[in-house]
Design a protein around this ligand. Structure first.
Ligand code: ATP
Length: 412
C-alpha cells in the first residue's frame, strides 16, 4: 500500500502543488518586502532630491553674495592683527583701523599680518587677500608693450599730430636735442575735446611710433573703484613707467581726478590729486631724462582744476575737436579702406551728411553700411547703404544717447 502510495502520481502532484503554493507565498511575501523597500528608497530619493534643490538654491544665494561682496567699490587695507579665524584688525588705506569679519570665502590660512586685502565698502568684510606684488591687472590698468595704431589710422587731426609729435615724440626719440639746446624736455600733453574724437587713438599712435610702452589708467576708476588706493596706484603707475622706459602714461578722464574742488570731492579724491600734482612736479628737473611722457585726456576741460592747467603741469594743451567735413571724409576713408565699395560710393557726400558726428560714430556708419550690403546679399557696398547707415546710427544715438552702441569705449 505504502509502496503504492509512494508511487501514486496523484499524491506526488499534491505535494508538488503544496510546494509550489508555499513557494508562491514565500515569493509574494518577498515581493511585498521588496516593494516596501522600493517605496522607502523612493521616499529617500525624493528627500535627497529636495535636499539637492535646497543646496543648489543656497549655492546660488551664496554665489550672488560673493559677487555682491566682491563688486567694487572695495576698500583696501593691511591686516595688522589676527584675532581668530573670523576676525582680524585691518588698517584701511584711508587711515583708521577696524576690527572686521573675514568672509567664509577667504581661507583662514591665507590671512597673515602685513598682507593687503580688499574689504566690502559697506560691511567692511574681508573678501579677498591681495598678492604682495603690485599687479596692474588687478587694478584694471591696460599695459601694452607697444600699441598697433599708427598716425595713418587717424583722420583729420594733422595739426594735433604735429603738436603731439613735438611734445611727446621728439623728447622720447631725440632727448639729446633738448639737452644741447639747454631746455627741459616737455613732459606731457593734455588732450581735450568731445568723446569719440580720437584722443585715445592719438595717444596709442604716439606710443606705437616711439615704440614706447603704453600704460593706460582711467581717472574715474582710480577714485571710485579702489577707495583710498588711488594715490598709491598713481605712484605705482609712475614707478612702472620708469622701469619700462620709454613709456607713455595715458590718463583718461583726468577730470575725475583733477576736477575743481567741490563739496562732493572726498579727502581720498584730493589725495589722488595731490599725488598726481606732486609726480608731475617731480618730472621737472634734471633727473628727468625725458623717457616717461604723460598724455592726459578729458571731455570736460571746463571743470578741470586750474592747478592742472597751470604752466609746468602739462606742456601743451591740445584741443581735439569734432571733425570738420574734410576730417570726416578722411576718417570715413580710413574705416572703409578694407571695404568693397561700389564705384558709385561718394564718401565726400557721406561726410557732408554727417555734420557733428564724431570719429567713433563715423566708424560705426561704415560698419552699418557693410551690414546693409550683407543683408541685401551683396558683396559690394553702395552709396545707398551709407545713407541708410547714417539714419540708423543717428536714430540709435537719439534712442540711447547715454549708452550708445557707438560709444568709443565699445570700440576701444
Ligand atoms: N580722428 C579719428 N580718426 C579715425 N578714427 C577715429 C577718430 N576718432 C575716433 N575714431 C574711432 O573711434 C574709436 C574711439 O575713439 P577714441 O577712443 O580715440 O576716442 P576718445 O576721444 O578717446 O573718446 P573718449 O573721450 O570717449 O575716451 C577709435 O578707436 C577709432 O576707431
Amino acid at each position: 500500500m505504502g509502496e503504492n502510495s509512494a508511487h501514486n502520481p496523484e499524491i506526488e502532484d499534491e505535494d508538488l502543488k503544496q510546494y509550489l503554493l508555499n513557494r508562491i507565498a514565500a515569493l509574494e511575501s518577498k515581493n511585498m518586502q521588496y516593494k516596501e523597500q522600493v517605496r522607502q528608497l523612493d521616499i529617500e530619493k525624493k528627500n535627497i532630491e529636495n535636499q539637492k534643490i535646497r543646496y543648489e538654491r543656497e549655492i546660488r544665494k551664496l554665489k550672488s553674495e560673493v559677487e555682491k561682496l566682491r563688486s567694487p567699490p572695495l576698500v583696501i587695507g593691511t591686516v595688522s592683527d589676527i584675532i581668530d579665524e573670523q576676525r582680524v584688525i585691518v588698517q584701511s588705506s584711508a587711515g583708521p583701523r577696524f576690527m572686521v569679519r573675514v568672509s567664509n570665502f577667504v581661507r583662514p590660512e591665507d590671512i597673515k599680518p602685513g598682507l593687503r586685502c580688499t574689504m566690502n565698502q559697506q560691511s567692511l568684510t574681508v573678501v579677498e587677500v591681495l598678492q604682495e606684488a603690485f599687479d596692474s591687472q588687478i587694478y584694471g590698468m591696460e599695459v601694452v608693450d607697444s600699441p598697433e595704431e599708427t598716425y595713418d589710422d587717424i583722420g583729420g587731426l594733422e595739426e594735433q599730430i604735429r603738436e603731439i609729435k613735438e611734445a611727446v615724440e621728439l623728447p622720447l626719440i631725440r632727448p639729446e636735442l633738448f639737452r644741447s639746446v639747454g631746455i627741459l624736455p616737455p613732459k606731457g600733453v593734455l588732450l581735450y575735446g568731445p568723446p569719440g574724437t580720437g584722443k585715445t587713438l592719438l595717444a596709442r599712435a604716439v606710443a606705437h611710433e616711439t615704440q614706447a610702452h603704453f600704460l593706460r589708467v582711467v581717472g574715474s576708476e582710480l577714485v571710485q573703484k579702489y577707495i583710498g588706493e588711488g594715490s598709491r596706484l598713481v605712484r605705482e603707475l609712475f614707478e612702472m613707467a620708469k622701469k619700462n622706459v620709454p613709456s607713455i602714461i595715458f590718463i583718461d578722464e583726468i577730470d575725475a581726478i583733477g576736477a575743481m574742488r567741490s563739496e562732493s570731492t572726498t579727502s581720498g579724491d584730493r589725495e589722488v590729486q595731490r599725488t598726481l600734482m606732486q609726480l608731475l612736479a617731480d618730472m621737472d628737473g634734471f633727473e628727468n631724462r625725458g623717457d616717461v611722457k604723460i598724455v592726459a585726456a578729458t571731455n570736460r576741460i571746463d571743470i578741470l582744476d586750474q592747478a592742472l592747467l597751470r604752466p609746468g603741469r602739462f606742456d601743451r594743451i591740445i584741443e581735439i575737436p569734432l571733425p570738420n567735413v574734410e576730417g570726416r571724409r578722411s576718417i570715413l576713408e580710413i574705416h572703409s579702406a578694407n571695404m568693397a565699395l561700389d564705384a558709385g560710393v561718394d564718401l565726400h557726400e557721406v561726410a557732408e551728411l554727417t555734420d557733428s558726428k564724431n570719429g567713433s560714430e563715423l566708424r560705426a556708419i561704415c560698419t552699418e553700411a557693410g551690414m546693409f550690403a550683407i543683408r541685401a546679399e551683396r558683396t559690394k557696398v553702395y552709396q545707398s547703404d551709407f545713407i541708410k547707415a547714417i539714419d540708423k546710427v543717428t536714430l540709435d544715438l537719439a534712442h540711447h544717447p547715454k549708452c550708445s552702441p557707438y560709444d568709443s569705449a565699445m570700440f576701444a
